[in-house]
Design a protein around this ligand. Structure first.
Ligand code: SAH
Ligand code: SF4
Ligand code: F3S
Length: 437
């Protein structure tokens, strides 16, 4: 190990970036870097970026602007840009921001330690044939009882609005044995809940004993690991919700009653223009089948409003779908034209109209979220404690349905999976008391 150096790491975007950041911190840990919360004391600043919407990717440049005085004071400071903006813009970042030393795309993270050691300004946005994770060191330190595990990366769906197929590349599944080993290792370090990650996680088809395994087979195998109490997966595409995966929701007790299933729109015309390859009715029938398998499942989704060509009737169809499904929560966004995507060629909906629709949709979602939270009052649920609460004798964790819960439990320990009775609800959290069992 070389001399002690400090790494300031900022993560934007999706959970996959959170997972990647952890792995990069570990890879740089082997080079002597420890994490710091203060950019001012860092020897290296690494920004793990997101390109999904214009606002997300512009954050990189405003953060770089803020780092300028620091770099002037500390010329030895290395500034690195990782993630999806690094992939999309590559060397352009070096041109636009002279203070950046290295640019590394999401598929090249195993080269990061070598890049950090070198002098000069470098860019690596290759999609190498090998699995980047094979070359990152094994995970060591852990922060809490929950962990992400990337099982699949990239996307072949090419929704007309989306940059992910370009920034993360085509769909690649990691082999079963490696994932089982990583999961066992996480459990040995105290993890009790694993969320499997993939841009299209339910399209998982990793090489395993006897051939390619689908996600349901992987989940069933993971459920056999002693001490691994909870499993989740995200994000799923409606067209890849296989029958055996739906059945797993009925048959695998460790699989939590929660599913994030983005639909984007409730208008068939817009779904077609988005290249989603499913109709609103396909989605509704799918929801019926999932709820038949697991009646108490909580569904969440993603929506885009103001997609090019969206009329008021299209928007009303989206609201109608939301009313019919009744979601537990959702992410919703005004459409943002992304360079290089097919939809970016089309004339946009006026921004003010898109914003008005967004507010209307969000009000409906918030009301549904509130109703879903209220419906928990009086119920007994499992809560995995993640940290002590702000009040003495209180623990905070997530329920089976991934709701934040504050539990009165003076004897509670972090990492404990407790039973609790919900006593009160607000839109964003629940209050509960511990019960026996
Ligand atoms: N793989 C997931 C989502 C990936 S991106 C899926 O298939 O749905 C996360 C969310 O960002 C998307 O579901 C979409 O709602 C939103 N999003 C993606 N591109 C966008 C764009 N150009 N403008 C606005 N929202 C976008
Ligand atoms: Fe993007 Fe998801 Fe569509 Fe893939 S399926 S192109 S990640 S929105
Ligand atoms: Fe953003 Fe890349 Fe994730 S664009 S949402 S960080 S895959």
């Amino acid at each position: 190990m070389s001399e002690a150096k400090k790494l300031y790491l900022k993560t934007y975007g999706c959970q996959m970036n959170v997972y990647d950041s952890e792995r990069m911190a570990e890879a740089l840990g082997a080079e002597g870097y420890t994490l710091t919360e203060l950019a001012e004391e860092a020897d290296m600043v690494l920004l793990n970026t997101c390109h999904i919407r214009e606002k997300a990717s512009e954050k990189l440049y405003s953060d770089l602007g803020r780092l300028k005085p620091l770099k002037q004071r500390k010329p030895g400071l290395k500034i690195g840009v990782a993630g999806c903006v690094a992939q999309a813009e590559g060397a352009e970042i070096l041109r636009r921001a002279p203070l950046v030393d290295l640019v590394v795309g999401p598929q090249a993270y195993h080269r990061l330690p070598e890049m950090a050691r070198g002098a000069g300004r470098v860019v690596d946005t290759e999609f190498p044939a090998e699995d980047k994770f094979d070359h990152l060191p094994a995970r060591k330190a852990l922060r809490g009882p929950t962990a992400f595990l990337t099982v699949q990366e990239g996307c072949d769906k090419f929704c007309a609005f989306c940059v992910v197929p370009y920034t993360r590349g085509t769909e690649v599944s990691r082999p079963v044995e490696r994932l089982l080993a990583e999961a066992r290792d996480l459990v040995a370090r105290g993890v009790r809940e694993i969320t499997l990650l993939g841009q299209n996680v339910n399209a998982y088809h990793g090489a395993g004993p006897g051939g390619a395994w689908g996600l349901s087979r992987l989940l069933r195998e993971l459920a056999g690991i002693p001490g691994l109490d909870r499993l989740r997966y995200t994000t799923s595409h409606p067209n890849d919700m296989a029958d055996d995966l739906i059945a797993a929701h009925a048959e695998v007790p460790q699989l939590m009653p929660y599913l994030h299933l983005p639909v984007q729109s409730g208008s068939d015309r817009i779904l077609r223009a988005m290249n989603r390859k499913h109709t609103a009715d396909d989605y509704l029938r799918l929801v019926e089948r999932i709820r038949a398998a697991r009646p108490d499942i909580l569904l969440t989704s993603d929506f885009i409003v103001g997609f090019p060509g969206e009329t008021d009737a299209d928007f009303q169809a989206t609201l109608a779908l939301i009313r019919e499904v009744r979601f537990g929560a959702a992410f919703s966004f005004a459409y943002s034209a992304r360079p290089g995507t097919p939809a970016a060629e089309k004339p946009p909906v006026p921004a003010a109209l898109a914003q008005a629709r967004l507010h209307e949709l969000q009000a409906l979602i918030t009301a549904q979220q509130h109703a879903a939270q209220e419906a928990m009052v009086g119920r007994e649920v499992g809560v995995l404690y993640e940290k002590p609460g702000r009040l003495p004798g209180q623990m905070v964790g997530k329920s089976d349905h991934l709701m934040a819960v504050h539990v009165t439990d003076p004897d509670g320990r972090v990492g404990e999976l407790a039973r609790a009775r919900i006593t009160a609800a607000s839109t964003n959290s629940l209050a509960a008391i511990r019960v026996a069992g």
